[in-house]
Design a protein around this ligand. Structure first.
Ligand SMILES: [Zn+2]
Length: 146
């Protein structure tokens, strides 16, 4: 995730703006927001931070809304599968990026499956769990020099 995408607290003026535009009601269920108790009003990001494109400020007022606690909880849990997916995709990108960089810097070299085994795959940090035991002739594996 980009570093700029950090959850920020609403400023007082942002909060005032939202209360006014929502007329003091929950953005989802329209119940009257309870400001008398702490933690009963949650400021949500309409487009979640994790899916905000780079260069866009997820904390801008137009992307914020106030919800009552039950509605905020509902929103957060409904986004959980998507959040997990984004994390997975980012992880894959990171691996691919690493490989691309290694290629550019000339650190990208094939490793024969046999060499992996010979190098002691069981305790090897290099072993990536992708050895196909059914392949009689090991296919070349690619790795980066760390
Ligand atoms: Zn609500």
């Amino acid at each position: 995730m980009a570093e700029a995408h950090v959850r920020k607290q609403l400023t007082r003026s942002q909060l005032a703006q939202l209360i006014l535009s929502q007329e003091g009601k929950c953005a989802a269920c329209q119940c009257k927001l309870d400001f008398t108790q702490k933690g009963q009003v949650i400021d949500e990001h309409i487009v979640p931070i994790f899916s905000t494109p780079e260069g866009v400020d997820p904390n801008r007022t137009e992307n914020r809304e106030l919800r009552c606690k039950p509605c905020a909880t509902k929103k957060t849990s409904s986004e959980a599968p998507m959040r997990a997916k984004v994390r997975r995709i980012e992880g894959e990108n990171t691996q691919a990026d690493k490989r691309e960089r290694a290629k550019e810097e000339g650190r990208y070299r094939p490793i024969q499956g046999k060499a992996l085994v010979g190098g002691g795959f069981a305790g090897s940090k290099r072993f990536n769990g992708e050895i196909n035991w059914k392949t009689p002739t090991p296919t070349p594996r690619w790795t980066t020099e760390e």
